[in-house]
Design a protein around this ligand. Structure first.
Ligand SMILES: [Zn+2]
Length: 245
């Protein structure tokens, strides 16, 4: 069931699990999209290393893990269940820009693909892929926005890298090719907390933009969900987006 589909409000309330289950007759589970990205990356990451995987898309998602093991961050306010982080919606500016989630000042409202497209305000940029192409072709305005977003991401994710003791950073998702061009700016953001040696060790790198990796991730995740059903509690995102603080 989609709840608060911040970037696709039309999907709100659609129960995909039921639709797929009815259509295929096989048992189905629905989990956050970011997990498929994570499992796509974890296959090529050292299994004994704490990793922060950022999926940079219209929004920004962050998953921490070590090999196939996911690390929750935070707890559900209602029942205390460990939850996945919603770092795209942490507040970085009090009374800041309005976010698609309805609150103000979220990290995503400054760094998500949708925010960059809105700030650029070009009629020719209708889809995220249009924005990505502009950056790749060296459009000065688009590149400037991407650089600033990467610096912000580095700066505001750095404390969580420390908390989760991550020793590697990987960026995937549709904006990975952009990250490849602006990773130095991401490192500039990290410099607020880390020295050059530490940043070199983190080795923030973009995932090769191949869809196959995402699909393999979805497959590995599906296997994991059925072989380790006890982990389901960890696979929840907090319902915090439904709540007013
Ligand atoms: Zn938000």
């Amino acid at each position: 069931m989609f709840r608060k589909a911040a970037n696709f409000p039309l999907l709100d309330g659609v129960d995909f699990r039921e639709i797929i289950e009815t259509a295929t007759g096989v048992p189905c589970q629905s989990v956050p999209l970011g997990l498929a990205f994570y499992f796509g990356e974890s296959e090529s990451l050292p299994p004994d290393t704490n990793t922060m995987v950022v999926y940079w898309d219209l929004g920004v998602g962050v998953i921490f893990g070590r090999g196939s093991q996911l690390f929750p961050l935070g707890a559900d306010r209602h029942d205390g269940t460990p939850t996945l982080p919603e770092l795209g919606h942490i507040r970085i500016e009090k009374n800041g820009r309005i976010c698609h989630c309805g609150r103000r000042g979220c990290l995503e409202a400054y760094t998500g693909g949708w925010a960059l497209m809105e700030t650029l305000r070009r009629k020719s940029v209708r889809r995220l892929s249009d924005f990505i192409k502009l950056v790749q072709h060296g459009d000065a305005d688009a590149l400037r926005l991407a650089c600033a977003a990467a610096t912000r991401l580095g700066r505001h994710l750095a404390p969580f890298i420390q908390v989760m003791r991550a020793s590697q950073v990987r960026v995937c998702g549709p904006m990975a090719p952009v990250f490849e061009l602006v990773s130095e700016d991401f490192c500039k953001g990290l410099e607020h907390l880390f020295d050059a040696k530490e940043i070199a060790r983190l080795n923030p790198s973009a995932s090769p933009a191949i869809e196959e990796r995402f699909l393999r991730g979805a497959h590995r995740l599906a296997r994991r969900l059925f072989t380790h059903p006890d982990e389901n509690g960890v696979l929840r995102t907090p319902v915090s987006l439904d709540e007013q603080d």
